[in-house]
Design a protein around this ligand. Structure first.
Ligand SMILES: NC(=O)c1ccc[n+]([C@@H]2O[C@H](COP(=O)([O-])OP(=O)(O)OC[C@H]3O[C@@H](n4cnc5c(N)ncnc54)[C@H](O)[C@@H]3O)[C@@H](O)[C@H]2O)c1
Ligand SMILES: [Fe+2]
Length: 375
Protein backbone atom coordinates (compact mmCIF):
# COMPACT_ATOMS: atom_id res chain seq x y z
CA UNK A 1 0.00 0.00 0.00
CA UNK A 2 1.25 3.51 -0.73
CA UNK A 3 -0.04 7.06 -0.74
CA UNK A 4 1.18 10.35 -2.14
CA UNK A 5 0.00 13.83 -1.27
CA UNK A 6 1.23 17.36 -1.75
CA UNK A 7 -1.13 20.29 -1.23
CA UNK A 8 1.03 23.13 -2.64
CA UNK A 9 -0.46 25.01 -5.58
CA UNK A 10 2.26 25.65 -8.16
CA UNK A 11 2.56 28.61 -10.52
CA UNK A 12 5.57 28.49 -12.84
CA UNK A 13 7.02 30.18 -15.90
CA UNK A 14 7.36 33.73 -17.18
CA UNK A 15 4.79 35.97 -15.51
CA UNK A 16 4.06 33.54 -12.65
CA UNK A 17 4.48 36.39 -10.12
CA UNK A 18 1.15 37.81 -11.29
CA UNK A 19 -0.56 34.96 -9.35
CA UNK A 20 0.54 36.57 -6.09
CA UNK A 21 -2.23 39.15 -5.72
CA UNK A 22 -5.03 36.60 -6.00
CA UNK A 23 -3.26 34.12 -3.72
CA UNK A 24 -2.97 36.74 -0.96
CA UNK A 25 -6.56 37.92 -1.28
CA UNK A 26 -7.30 40.63 1.25
CA UNK A 27 -4.93 39.24 3.87
CA UNK A 28 -2.29 41.47 5.38
CA UNK A 29 1.19 40.15 4.62
CA UNK A 30 4.84 40.21 5.57
CA UNK A 31 7.95 39.26 3.59
CA UNK A 32 10.90 37.16 4.78
CA UNK A 33 14.08 37.73 2.83
CA UNK A 34 17.79 38.64 2.86
CA UNK A 35 19.16 42.13 3.50
CA UNK A 36 20.52 43.39 0.17
CA UNK A 37 19.79 46.03 -2.45
CA UNK A 38 18.65 43.35 -4.92
CA UNK A 39 16.16 41.77 -2.52
CA UNK A 40 14.95 45.17 -1.38
CA UNK A 41 14.15 46.02 -5.02
CA UNK A 42 12.35 42.68 -5.38
CA UNK A 43 10.25 43.56 -2.30
CA UNK A 44 9.30 46.82 -4.03
CA UNK A 45 8.28 44.85 -7.10
CA UNK A 46 6.09 42.50 -5.03
CA UNK A 47 4.48 45.50 -3.33
CA UNK A 48 3.62 46.94 -6.72
CA UNK A 49 2.13 43.66 -7.96
CA UNK A 50 0.07 43.25 -4.78
CA UNK A 51 -1.01 46.88 -4.82
CA UNK A 52 -0.47 47.55 -1.10
CA UNK A 53 2.58 47.53 1.18
CA UNK A 54 3.60 44.68 3.51
CA UNK A 55 2.92 45.04 7.25
CA UNK A 56 6.53 44.14 7.86
CA UNK A 57 9.67 42.93 6.06
CA UNK A 58 11.91 40.53 8.00
CA UNK A 59 15.14 40.97 6.07
CA UNK A 60 17.71 39.44 8.41
CA UNK A 61 17.82 35.95 6.86
CA UNK A 62 21.28 34.40 7.01
CA UNK A 63 22.62 31.55 4.91
CA UNK A 64 21.96 28.21 6.64
CA UNK A 65 19.70 29.78 9.29
CA UNK A 66 20.96 29.09 12.78
CA UNK A 67 19.20 28.83 16.13
CA UNK A 68 20.50 32.28 17.13
CA UNK A 69 19.55 33.95 13.86
CA UNK A 70 16.07 32.39 13.84
CA UNK A 71 15.44 33.45 17.42
CA UNK A 72 16.14 37.07 16.42
CA UNK A 73 13.84 36.84 13.37
CA UNK A 74 11.05 35.32 15.48
CA UNK A 75 11.44 38.03 18.14
CA UNK A 76 11.02 40.61 15.40
CA UNK A 77 7.62 39.13 14.45
CA UNK A 78 6.61 38.61 18.09
CA UNK A 79 7.21 42.30 18.84
CA UNK A 80 4.77 43.48 16.15
CA UNK A 81 1.50 44.92 17.38
CA UNK A 82 -0.33 43.33 14.43
CA UNK A 83 1.05 40.12 12.98
CA UNK A 84 0.69 39.61 9.22
CA UNK A 85 -2.07 37.15 8.28
CA UNK A 86 0.17 35.65 5.61
CA UNK A 87 3.90 35.61 4.94
CA UNK A 88 5.85 35.53 1.68
CA UNK A 89 9.22 33.77 1.66
CA UNK A 90 11.37 35.47 -0.97
CA UNK A 91 14.76 33.83 -1.51
CA UNK A 92 16.47 30.46 -1.48
CA UNK A 93 16.17 27.60 0.98
CA UNK A 94 17.49 29.76 3.82
CA UNK A 95 14.70 32.35 3.38
CA UNK A 96 12.01 29.71 2.89
CA UNK A 97 13.12 27.65 5.88
CA UNK A 98 13.36 30.79 8.06
CA UNK A 99 9.82 31.68 7.00
CA UNK A 100 8.61 28.19 7.96
CA UNK A 101 10.11 28.58 11.43
CA UNK A 102 8.50 32.03 11.84
CA UNK A 103 5.12 30.75 10.67
CA UNK A 104 5.27 27.53 12.72
CA UNK A 105 5.52 29.39 15.98
CA UNK A 106 3.79 32.62 14.98
CA UNK A 107 6.96 34.31 16.20
CA UNK A 108 7.43 32.12 19.30
CA UNK A 109 10.85 30.60 18.68
CA UNK A 110 10.97 28.53 21.88
CA UNK A 111 7.81 26.71 20.86
CA UNK A 112 9.48 25.66 17.60
CA UNK A 113 12.82 24.94 19.26
CA UNK A 114 11.18 22.64 21.82
CA UNK A 115 9.24 20.90 19.06
CA UNK A 116 12.33 20.12 16.95
CA UNK A 117 13.98 18.68 20.05
CA UNK A 118 11.03 16.37 20.65
CA UNK A 119 8.65 18.12 23.03
CA UNK A 120 5.41 20.02 22.63
CA UNK A 121 3.56 20.67 19.41
CA UNK A 122 3.20 23.38 16.79
CA UNK A 123 0.09 24.62 15.10
CA UNK A 124 1.06 26.70 12.13
CA UNK A 125 -0.06 30.16 13.11
CA UNK A 126 0.60 31.93 9.82
CA UNK A 127 0.09 30.66 6.26
CA UNK A 128 2.78 31.42 3.69
CA UNK A 129 3.63 31.56 0.00
CA UNK A 130 7.09 30.74 -1.37
CA UNK A 131 8.88 32.61 -4.13
CA UNK A 132 12.19 30.76 -4.59
CA UNK A 133 15.13 32.67 -6.06
CA UNK A 134 17.54 29.74 -6.04
CA UNK A 135 16.84 26.44 -7.79
CA UNK A 136 17.69 23.47 -5.64
CA UNK A 137 16.22 22.95 -2.22
CA UNK A 138 12.66 22.18 -3.29
CA UNK A 139 11.67 23.74 0.03
CA UNK A 140 8.85 25.56 -1.79
CA UNK A 141 6.97 22.23 -2.00
CA UNK A 142 8.07 20.45 1.18
CA UNK A 143 6.75 20.66 4.73
CA UNK A 144 10.08 20.80 6.51
CA UNK A 145 12.86 23.23 7.30
CA UNK A 146 16.49 22.80 8.26
CA UNK A 147 17.67 24.55 11.41
CA UNK A 148 21.43 24.70 11.96
CA UNK A 149 23.13 24.82 15.35
CA UNK A 150 26.82 25.32 14.48
CA UNK A 151 27.77 26.07 18.09
CA UNK A 152 26.78 22.52 19.06
CA UNK A 153 27.67 20.87 15.71
CA UNK A 154 24.02 19.96 15.21
CA UNK A 155 21.40 20.18 12.50
CA UNK A 156 17.70 19.89 13.26
CA UNK A 157 14.78 19.21 10.99
CA UNK A 158 11.49 20.97 11.60
CA UNK A 159 8.86 18.75 10.02
CA UNK A 160 5.11 18.96 10.19
CA UNK A 161 2.34 18.46 7.63
CA UNK A 162 0.99 21.89 8.57
CA UNK A 163 4.15 23.47 7.16
CA UNK A 164 3.39 23.02 3.50
CA UNK A 165 3.32 26.40 1.77
CA UNK A 166 -0.04 27.49 0.39
CA UNK A 167 1.60 28.12 -2.97
CA UNK A 168 4.94 28.15 -4.77
CA UNK A 169 5.58 30.80 -7.41
CA UNK A 170 8.46 29.99 -9.75
CA UNK A 171 9.30 33.08 -11.76
CA UNK A 172 12.43 32.09 -13.76
CA UNK A 173 13.82 35.63 -14.06
CA UNK A 174 14.30 35.83 -10.27
CA UNK A 175 17.05 33.22 -10.53
CA UNK A 176 18.96 35.04 -13.31
CA UNK A 177 21.19 36.88 -10.83
CA UNK A 178 22.22 33.76 -8.95
CA UNK A 179 26.04 33.47 -8.91
CA UNK A 180 27.63 30.45 -10.61
CA UNK A 181 28.73 28.75 -7.38
CA UNK A 182 25.24 28.85 -5.83
CA UNK A 183 23.67 27.86 -9.16
CA UNK A 184 25.82 24.74 -9.33
CA UNK A 185 25.59 23.79 -5.69
CA UNK A 186 21.81 24.28 -5.43
CA UNK A 187 21.25 22.47 -8.77
CA UNK A 188 23.23 19.51 -7.46
CA UNK A 189 21.17 19.57 -4.28
CA UNK A 190 18.09 19.10 -6.48
CA UNK A 191 19.73 16.22 -8.34
CA UNK A 192 20.52 14.62 -5.00
CA UNK A 193 16.90 15.03 -3.83
CA UNK A 194 15.63 13.27 -6.93
CA UNK A 195 18.12 10.39 -6.73
CA UNK A 196 17.70 10.04 -2.97
CA UNK A 197 13.96 9.54 -3.50
CA UNK A 198 14.78 6.47 -5.62
CA UNK A 199 17.04 4.55 -3.15
CA UNK A 200 14.44 5.18 -0.52
CA UNK A 201 12.19 2.89 1.51
CA UNK A 202 9.33 5.41 1.06
CA UNK A 203 9.49 5.59 -2.75
CA UNK A 204 6.25 5.11 -4.65
CA UNK A 205 5.10 5.25 -8.29
CA UNK A 206 4.43 9.01 -8.16
CA UNK A 207 7.64 10.02 -6.39
CA UNK A 208 9.41 7.89 -8.99
CA UNK A 209 7.79 9.74 -11.93
CA UNK A 210 8.78 13.12 -10.51
CA UNK A 211 12.31 11.90 -9.80
CA UNK A 212 12.87 10.51 -13.30
CA UNK A 213 11.76 13.76 -14.92
CA UNK A 214 13.82 15.87 -12.51
CA UNK A 215 16.98 13.80 -13.12
CA UNK A 216 16.50 13.86 -16.89
CA UNK A 217 16.20 17.64 -16.91
CA UNK A 218 19.01 18.30 -14.43
CA UNK A 219 21.66 16.18 -16.10
CA UNK A 220 20.87 17.90 -19.38
CA UNK A 221 20.41 21.53 -18.30
CA UNK A 222 22.62 21.98 -15.23
CA UNK A 223 25.91 21.48 -17.15
CA UNK A 224 24.60 23.80 -19.91
CA UNK A 225 23.80 26.43 -17.33
CA UNK A 226 27.20 26.07 -15.67
CA UNK A 227 28.85 26.62 -19.09
CA UNK A 228 26.62 29.57 -19.93
CA UNK A 229 25.26 31.23 -16.81
CA UNK A 230 23.06 33.52 -18.94
CA UNK A 231 21.23 30.67 -20.66
CA UNK A 232 17.65 31.56 -19.75
CA UNK A 233 16.09 28.36 -21.04
CA UNK A 234 18.48 26.33 -18.89
CA UNK A 235 17.62 28.54 -15.87
CA UNK A 236 13.93 27.84 -16.26
CA UNK A 237 14.41 24.10 -16.83
CA UNK A 238 16.69 23.78 -13.77
CA UNK A 239 14.26 25.78 -11.63
CA UNK A 240 11.32 23.56 -12.60
CA UNK A 241 13.37 20.36 -12.30
CA UNK A 242 14.33 21.41 -8.80
CA UNK A 243 10.64 21.78 -7.94
CA UNK A 244 9.91 18.34 -9.48
CA UNK A 245 12.68 16.85 -7.33
CA UNK A 246 10.98 18.59 -4.40
CA UNK A 247 7.68 16.90 -5.27
CA UNK A 248 9.52 13.55 -5.36
CA UNK A 249 11.27 13.87 -2.01
CA UNK A 250 8.38 15.71 -0.32
CA UNK A 251 6.89 12.23 0.11
CA UNK A 252 10.01 10.15 0.71
CA UNK A 253 12.41 12.51 2.50
CA UNK A 254 16.09 12.21 1.67
CA UNK A 255 18.34 9.26 2.37
CA UNK A 256 21.95 8.25 2.85
CA UNK A 257 23.69 10.88 0.66
CA UNK A 258 22.09 13.60 2.76
CA UNK A 259 22.83 11.77 5.98
CA UNK A 260 26.50 11.65 4.96
CA UNK A 261 26.43 15.29 3.83
CA UNK A 262 25.39 16.74 7.19
CA UNK A 263 28.61 15.55 8.83
CA UNK A 264 30.71 16.70 5.85
CA UNK A 265 29.15 20.18 5.95
CA UNK A 266 29.55 20.51 9.72
CA UNK A 267 33.11 19.10 9.78
CA UNK A 268 34.56 20.49 6.55
CA UNK A 269 32.30 23.44 5.77
CA UNK A 270 31.46 22.03 2.34
CA UNK A 271 28.37 23.67 0.73
CA UNK A 272 25.25 21.55 1.15
CA UNK A 273 24.73 20.91 -2.59
CA UNK A 274 28.30 19.66 -3.03
CA UNK A 275 28.31 17.63 0.18
CA UNK A 276 25.11 15.78 -0.77
CA UNK A 277 26.07 15.11 -4.40
CA UNK A 278 29.72 14.00 -4.53
CA UNK A 279 28.71 10.52 -3.29
CA UNK A 280 25.93 10.04 -5.87
CA UNK A 281 27.97 8.06 -8.47
CA UNK A 282 29.15 5.63 -5.77
CA UNK A 283 25.61 5.28 -4.45
CA UNK A 284 24.32 4.63 -7.93
CA UNK A 285 26.96 1.93 -8.50
CA UNK A 286 25.98 0.34 -5.19
CA UNK A 287 22.34 0.15 -6.36
CA UNK A 288 22.61 -1.06 -9.96
CA UNK A 289 21.12 -4.44 -9.00
CA UNK A 290 17.87 -2.90 -7.76
CA UNK A 291 15.51 -3.36 -10.76
CA UNK A 292 13.38 -0.40 -9.70
CA UNK A 293 16.34 1.97 -9.61
CA UNK A 294 17.84 0.49 -12.77
CA UNK A 295 14.71 1.18 -14.75
CA UNK A 296 14.26 4.72 -13.45
CA UNK A 297 17.91 5.62 -14.04
CA UNK A 298 17.87 4.13 -17.52
CA UNK A 299 14.74 6.15 -18.33
CA UNK A 300 16.29 9.36 -17.00
CA UNK A 301 19.78 8.99 -18.49
CA UNK A 302 18.77 7.02 -21.60
CA UNK A 303 21.79 4.86 -20.79
CA UNK A 304 22.45 1.54 -19.01
CA UNK A 305 22.80 2.13 -15.28
CA UNK A 306 26.58 1.49 -15.16
CA UNK A 307 27.17 4.02 -17.95
CA UNK A 308 24.84 6.47 -16.23
CA UNK A 309 27.05 6.29 -13.12
CA UNK A 310 30.05 7.09 -15.30
CA UNK A 311 28.26 10.00 -16.98
CA UNK A 312 27.29 11.35 -13.58
CA UNK A 313 30.87 11.11 -12.37
CA UNK A 314 32.13 12.93 -15.49
CA UNK A 315 29.49 15.61 -15.06
CA UNK A 316 30.54 16.22 -11.45
CA UNK A 317 34.20 16.31 -12.41
CA UNK A 318 33.47 18.85 -15.16
CA UNK A 319 31.71 20.95 -12.54
CA UNK A 320 34.91 20.77 -10.49
CA UNK A 321 33.61 18.32 -7.90
CA UNK A 322 35.68 15.34 -6.82
CA UNK A 323 33.79 12.13 -6.04
CA UNK A 324 36.58 10.92 -3.73
CA UNK A 325 35.98 11.33 0.02
CA UNK A 326 39.76 11.67 0.46
CA UNK A 327 39.63 14.94 -1.54
CA UNK A 328 37.64 16.41 1.34
CA UNK A 329 40.26 15.39 3.89
CA UNK A 330 38.90 12.01 5.04
CA UNK A 331 41.21 9.08 5.75
CA UNK A 332 39.61 5.70 5.04
CA UNK A 333 38.99 4.89 8.72
CA UNK A 334 37.43 8.34 9.28
CA UNK A 335 35.19 7.92 6.25
CA UNK A 336 34.13 4.41 7.34
CA UNK A 337 33.11 5.79 10.76
CA UNK A 338 31.25 8.70 9.14
CA UNK A 339 29.32 6.36 6.81
CA UNK A 340 28.46 4.04 9.74
CA UNK A 341 27.04 7.01 11.64
CA UNK A 342 25.19 8.23 8.57
CA UNK A 343 23.58 4.82 8.02
CA UNK A 344 22.36 4.85 11.63
CA UNK A 345 21.08 8.45 11.31
CA UNK A 346 17.47 9.46 10.76
CA UNK A 347 17.84 9.93 6.98
CA UNK A 348 20.18 6.91 6.68
CA UNK A 349 17.30 4.71 7.82
CA UNK A 350 15.44 5.70 4.63
CA UNK A 351 18.11 4.00 2.52
CA UNK A 352 16.63 1.06 0.61
CA UNK A 353 19.97 -0.42 -0.46
CA UNK A 354 22.31 -2.81 1.28
CA UNK A 355 24.56 -0.94 3.73
CA UNK A 356 27.39 -3.49 3.60
CA UNK A 357 27.46 -3.25 -0.19
CA UNK A 358 27.58 0.54 -0.01
CA UNK A 359 30.49 0.42 2.42
CA UNK A 360 32.40 -1.98 0.20
CA UNK A 361 31.94 0.42 -2.74
CA UNK A 362 33.50 3.22 -0.68
CA UNK A 363 36.34 0.89 0.41
CA UNK A 364 36.93 0.09 -3.25
CA UNK A 365 37.38 3.81 -4.01
CA UNK A 366 40.09 4.06 -1.34
CA UNK A 367 41.83 0.91 -2.66
CA UNK A 368 41.79 2.33 -6.20
CA UNK A 369 43.26 5.62 -4.98
CA UNK A 370 45.97 3.78 -3.01
CA UNK A 371 46.98 1.64 -5.98
CA UNK A 372 46.98 4.70 -8.29
CA UNK A 373 49.37 6.42 -5.85
CA UNK A 374 51.72 3.38 -5.95
CA UNK A 375 52.03 3.48 -9.75
N1 LIG B 1 13.54 22.58 3.57
C1 LIG B 1 14.07 21.80 2.67
O1 LIG B 1 13.38 20.95 2.12
C2 LIG B 1 15.52 21.97 2.32
C3 LIG B 1 16.10 21.13 1.37
C4 LIG B 1 17.44 21.32 1.05
C5 LIG B 1 18.17 22.33 1.66
N2 LIG B 1 17.58 23.12 2.60
C6 LIG B 1 18.33 24.22 3.27
O2 LIG B 1 18.35 25.35 2.40
C7 LIG B 1 19.52 26.13 2.68
C8 LIG B 1 20.27 26.43 1.41
O3 LIG B 1 19.42 27.13 0.53
P1 LIG B 1 19.89 27.58 -0.93
O4 LIG B 1 20.89 26.64 -1.47
O5 LIG B 1 18.65 27.81 -1.71
O6 LIG B 1 20.68 28.94 -0.71
P2 LIG B 1 20.47 30.16 0.34
O7 LIG B 1 19.05 30.50 0.53
O8 LIG B 1 21.29 29.86 1.55
O9 LIG B 1 21.16 31.34 -0.47
C9 LIG B 1 22.54 31.29 -0.78
C10 LIG B 1 23.03 32.69 -1.17
O10 LIG B 1 22.49 33.05 -2.43
C11 LIG B 1 21.95 34.36 -2.38
N3 LIG B 1 20.86 34.40 -3.34
C12 LIG B 1 19.69 33.71 -3.30
N4 LIG B 1 18.98 33.95 -4.41
C13 LIG B 1 19.70 34.82 -5.17
C14 LIG B 1 19.50 35.45 -6.44
N5 LIG B 1 18.43 35.19 -7.19
N6 LIG B 1 20.45 36.29 -6.88
C15 LIG B 1 21.56 36.53 -6.17
N7 LIG B 1 21.83 35.96 -4.97
C16 LIG B 1 20.90 35.12 -4.49
C17 LIG B 1 21.51 34.54 -0.94
O11 LIG B 1 21.47 35.90 -0.59
C18 LIG B 1 22.60 33.78 -0.20
O12 LIG B 1 23.70 34.62 0.02
C19 LIG B 1 20.35 25.31 3.66
O13 LIG B 1 20.18 25.82 4.95
C20 LIG B 1 19.78 23.91 3.54
O14 LIG B 1 19.94 23.18 4.72
C21 LIG B 1 16.28 22.96 2.92
FE1 LIG C 1 19.34 18.86 0.12
Amino acid sequence: MWSYSNPVSIHAGDGALSALKKLLGNNSYGIVTYRSAYFSSLCDELTEIIGRPPLHIVDGVEENPSVNNLRQLCDEIASLEHKPQMMIALGGGSAIDSCKVLCAGGGDFDKVYNFIRGSGSIDQAIEFICIPTTAGTGSEVTCWATVWDPENDKKYSLSDASLYPVAAILEPRLTHTLPLTVTVSSGLDALSHAMESLWNVHRNPLSRLYAEEAIRELICYLPRLANDINNQEARERVQQASMLAGLAFSNTKTSIAHSISYAVTLEKGLAHGLACSFTLPTLLRANVDDPFIRLSIEKAFLLPCEEAAEQLENMLQQLGISTLPSSYGYRQDEWQALVDNAIAGERGKNYSGDSAQLKSHFDFIYQQTDSAQCL
